[in-house]
Design a protein around this ligand. Sequence first.
Ligand code: ATP
Length: 615
Amino acid sequence: MATDATVRRWRRNPSLLSGAVILGLLLVVALVAPLLLSGSAETLTDDARLGPGAEHLLGTDAFGRDVLARALVATRLTLLMAAAATAASFVAGVAIGALVHLAPGWLRETCLRLIDSAVAFPSLVLALVIAAVLGPGMGSAIVAIAVAGVPGFARLTANLAATVADKDYVLTARLLGVPGLRILGRHVLPNISGPLLVLLSSSFTLSLLDISSLSFVGLGVQNPQYDWGRLLNEALPSIFAQPSVVLAPSIMLIVTGVGAMLLGDGVASLVDPRTRGTAPAPAKTAEAAGPAAPAQDGAAQASLASGGAGAATGTGQDGLLTVAGLTVRAGDRTLVDDVSFTIGAGQIVGLVGESGSGKSTIAMAVAGLLPEGVRANASRLALGDLDLLGTPPERRLATEIGIVYQDPIGTFNPALRLGTQLTEVARVHLGTPRRQAAQDMVRALADIHVTEPDRRLRQHPHELSGGMLQRASIASAMTTNPRLLIADEPTTALDVTVQAEVLRQFRRINREHGTAMLFISHDIGVVGVLCDTVLVLHGGRVVDRTTGGDLRRGTVTHPYTRALLAATPAAVEAGGTLSAVRWTADAHAAQPSGAPSDDLSDKAADRPPAAEGSR
Ligand SMILES: Nc1ncnc2c1ncn2[C@@H]1O[C@H](COP(=O)(O)OP(=O)(O)OP(=O)(O)O)[C@@H](O)[C@H]1O
C-alpha cells in the first residue's frame, strides 16, 4: 500500500524524520506563540532583570518582559524573513544559473567568471553593504540577504547543468527537437535537484544567521518588532550580569539551523529515485526470466552472422544514408577527415577502430548532435531526401533516426519512470494518445524479450538490469520505425551472455523492418558478425573498407585491420599473443601482424567486451 511504503520510506530516512520533527515543532511555535505569549513577551512590568525562576524560566529583560516568551514569539518573524530571503535567492539563482547554462559559449564563460567572483565575496559582507545602502529595516535586510545568496545558487545550477548536458537522455531529447527550456525543466533540473535542495537547506541556515547578524548590528528588524538577532542585540549590554537572556535566541538559532540541514539531507535523498528505497530487480533473475536465452552454440552464433542483406560495399551510390567527404573539426583540430560511405535500406555498416578514432563523432555528425564548438562539413550528408547538413526539420530527424547508446543506464533520465520516457516520442511526435502509446510500448518491449513489460513501464531505470534497459532503449529507438538506426557501442557495457541476445535483436530488426543500421564498435569480432560492410577507422580517417564476411574468415589484407584482428581476444584464445595495435597510416606497417582469427562468427557474440572503455 502507498501509505505503508511512505511510512517505510520515512523510517529509513532518519535525517528527514528528525529534520521534519524539529522544523514542524518550530512551525507550531511560530504559529501559536504570538497568539498565546504576546502579553508576557511585550508588556512592560516592574520585574526588570529577574534571574531564571518558576514564573520566568529564563528571567526577564530590562523592561520586565519574559525572555523565553520573547524568544518564542520572535520565531515567526525570524523564520518568515529567513524563508523569504532563501526563497528569493533560490528562484533568482536557479533561473540565472539555468539561463547561463543555455547561453552561447563566450557569454556563458563571462557570466560564470562573474558569478565565481561574486561567490568568492563573503555573503555576510555583501549583505552588510547592500543593507547599509538600502538603509536599516526588515525589507532591506531580506533583500540584502536574498541578493547575497543568488551567486551560490546560480553557480551550482550552471555547473550541475553542464554535468548533465552530455548525458545520453539529454542528447536524445535534443535529437527529438525538444526545446532548450523544456529539456532544462524535464531532464536537467530534476537530475540536479538533490544538490540544489541540500544547498537550499544550508542556504536557509546561512540566511537565518545573516539576518540575525543584520538585526544584531542594528541594520535589520527595528523596534518595536523583534527577531532573534534583535533579542541578542538587546541582551548584549547585560550579557555578563544576566547571561540567561542570550540563551533562548541562541538555542533557537542553533536548533533551527540543525533542523533545516537535517531536512535538506533527508529531502535530497528522498527526491533521488535511486535512493528512494525501491530494491532494484536482481539482474540475474531478470535476465534469466527472458524467454530467449542467449545461444551458446556455434550454429546459433552463425545464424547471427550477416546474412548478406544488401550489397557489401558501403560506397554505393544509391544509399539511404549518404555521407560524402565528411570532415569534422573542433577549432583547428580535425577529428574526422574526409569520410565517405553509404548505407542502403536493410544494410548494416559497421564503424570499427580504436578508442578516439572518430567513430562516435561520425555518428553524432549524422544525427546532428555534435557538441558545441565542433563543426561538420561534407559535400553531401543526407538520409534519403532529408538533408542532414544545416537545420533539418526536427520532427523528421526525431522520427527517421533512432539511436541506441553504449551505456543503457545513462540513456534514461533517472528521475522519470520508464513509461513516461519510452512513450514520449509516440506521444509528442506522432500524437499517439497516452494509453495507446503505453499499449504499443508494452507490445514492443515484449517483442524484444523484455519480461513483465507492463511493470517495466511503471519502474525507474535503476530498477532494471543493464541488458533489460538496453533492450528497452532499442524498443524506444524503434518506436517511430526509423529509416536509420545508429547503435553506438550498444553491447560494450553488457554482460557477455546479454551481448549475444542484444546483437540478435539488431539483426532481427534489420531483417524484419529493413532498417538501415550504422553499427559502431571497437570490437572487430562483433562488427564482423553483424555487419555487411565495415569501415576501419584510424585517426579520423577510413583506412580500410572490408566486409563482415572477410572479417569472419580473416581474409583481410590491410595491415591495420589485420593488426586489429590479431589483437582481439579470439586471436589470443587461438594461440596468438595480445599485443597493442601499433600502426601508422604513413608507415602502412602492422606491429604485430598476427594470425587472423578464423572463428569470429562463432565466437564474437560470446566474447567478453574489450577491456578498453570507450567514452
Ligand atoms: N567535443 C570535442 N571537442 C574536441 N575534441 C573532441 C570532442 N569530442 C571528441 N573529440 C575528439 O575526437 C576524437 C574522436 O572521438 P570519438 O569519441 O569520435 O572517438 P571514438 O572512436 O568514438 O572513441 P570511443 O570508442 O572511445 O568512443 C578523439 O580524439 C576525441 O578526443
